[in-house]
Design a protein around this ligand. Structure first.
Ligand code: NAD
Length: 360
């Protein structure tokens, strides 16, 4: 809705999309970034604190490094703004509890940047599953076969870190680049809340010279008894669209949330997608409009983040299982046959260690 005064914190990287959206769905009034951007025709502040002291703002979009999310979101809410907070919203359960209290105290709205949850493909599949269309659900799996190069991890000091200066970051394959997979799988199971998770088993590896995992399986058992198996890598031979697969007694459904495509036993369709900022603005105008992804609806996801934060360091994948390609910023590892082991993990709802993958 034009007239909504929007500020964006963190304008490089993914933040550029938010700057564009802010101008499209409301009025971009200012941006905050310690690294000033070129070509932005609104006031630029080096910090969100200085921006809020100088500017009246209705909505703050936060697209900054993970470890800055909670202090910036709290600052924005205490200044009276509603917030669109990028995913993963927090790096620990303690941070999640803290921000939940701030939301309750201030009464502000907080939408989290899981845009796959605004996809009509995700929402339609969730509705079909709730109606029992695939029969009894044997499990849900998510596969992610991505390729990330050295330049990705070198772009910022927090990239690929478990902690930075003693503060939790948890920037691993499961919790950040492929986080939408876990969040979407939990949504499909109707298990987004903090109390909807029974257990999380982690099986974390890395081929890159980073702290975090880049090749992992994680099994979540939800309170309703569903097994959700996440099998992802950033070390694939080539980049493939991530998929969330529902294994039912009456057939399979495959959701490609990056293309809004849904494949059901009776055919394949591509649907539309809502916008998280537009939805937050509509929710401000009418509280009866539900958020696509409220902060509370990331509690289950944060239980997974917490399990990964507390897990042992990822095991290094032996060089014999890795092929390196490219030079400089283009250099990247390819874990041999990782696609095959991800597909097996997904089909059997099993961890790499249970399957005996060669790097285990
Ligand atoms: N929803 C998605 O699909 C998606 C995709 C990519 C990234 N993200 C998320 O967006 C966030 C940013 O990711 P990125 O890859 O663009 O990171 P980045 O490190 O490349 O860019 C972050 C930006 O924030 C700025 N910044 C750092 N500290 C700041 C502070 N205190 N105040 C204001 N600005 C600050 C940096 O200068 C930079 O411009 C992360 O939470 C990431 O997980 C989400």
């Amino acid at each position: 809705m034009k007239g909504t005064r929007i500020a964006v914190a963190g304008v490089h990287g993914h933040g550029a999309t938010h700057v564009r959206d802010a101008g499209q769905y409301g009025d971009l009034v200012a941006v905050a970034d310690p690294r000033p951007p070129d070509g932005v025709d609104v006031p630029v502040y080096p910090s969100l604190g200085e921006l809020l002291a100088a500017t009246e703002v209705d909505v703050v979009v936060i697209s900054t490094p993970i470890q800055t999310h909670v202090p910036l979101a709290e600052m924005a809410m205490r200044a009276g703004a509603d917030v669109l907070l990028e995913k993963p919203p927090t790096a620990s359960m303690a941070e999640f509890d803290h921000l939940s209290r701030v939301i309750e105290e201030t009464g502000r709205a907080c939408q989290v940047g899981f845009q796959a949850q605004a996809s009509a493909a995700t929402l339609q599949l969730a509705q079909l599953l709730a109606g029992g269309v695939l029969g009894e659900i044997r499990g849900i799996s998510a596969t992610g076969k991505w390729l990330r190069k050295a330049g990705y991890f070198d772009r910022a000091p927090w990239a690929g870190r478990r902690t930075l200066n003693g503060v939790a970051v948890v920037d691993g394959a499961v919790t950040n680049p492929l986080a939408h997979s876990t969040a979407a799988a939990l949504l499909l199971d109707g298990s987004t809340g903090v109390d909807d998770i029974r257990s999380v088993e982690t099986d974390l590896f890395r081929a890159n010279d980073i702290e975090s995992d880049d090749t992992s399986t994680v099994r979540i058992t939800t309170a309703r008894g569903t097994s959700i198996l996440i099998a992802v890598t950033l070390c694939a031979a080539e980049h493939a669209d991530p998929a969330v697969i529902v294994h039912g007694s009456e057939g399979r459904a495959v959701l490609n949330y990056t293309t809004d495509t849904l494949e059901l036993p009776d055919g394949r369709q591509t649907l539309g997608r809502g916008n998280l900022l537009q939805n937050l603005i509509a929710h401000r105008a009418d509280a009866a409009v539900p958020l696509y992804c409220s902060f509370a609806a990331t509690g289950g996801f944060t239980r997974v983040v917490e399990a990964i934060r507390l897990a042992d360091e990822p095991a290094v994948i032996p060089e014999a299982c890795v092929r390196w390609q490219g030079e400089g910023a283009e250099r990247h590892p390819i874990v041999r046959d990782v696609e095959k082991w991800i597909d097996r993990a997904s089909d059997e709802l099993a961890l790499f260690r249970e399957l005996g993958a060669p790097w285990v």
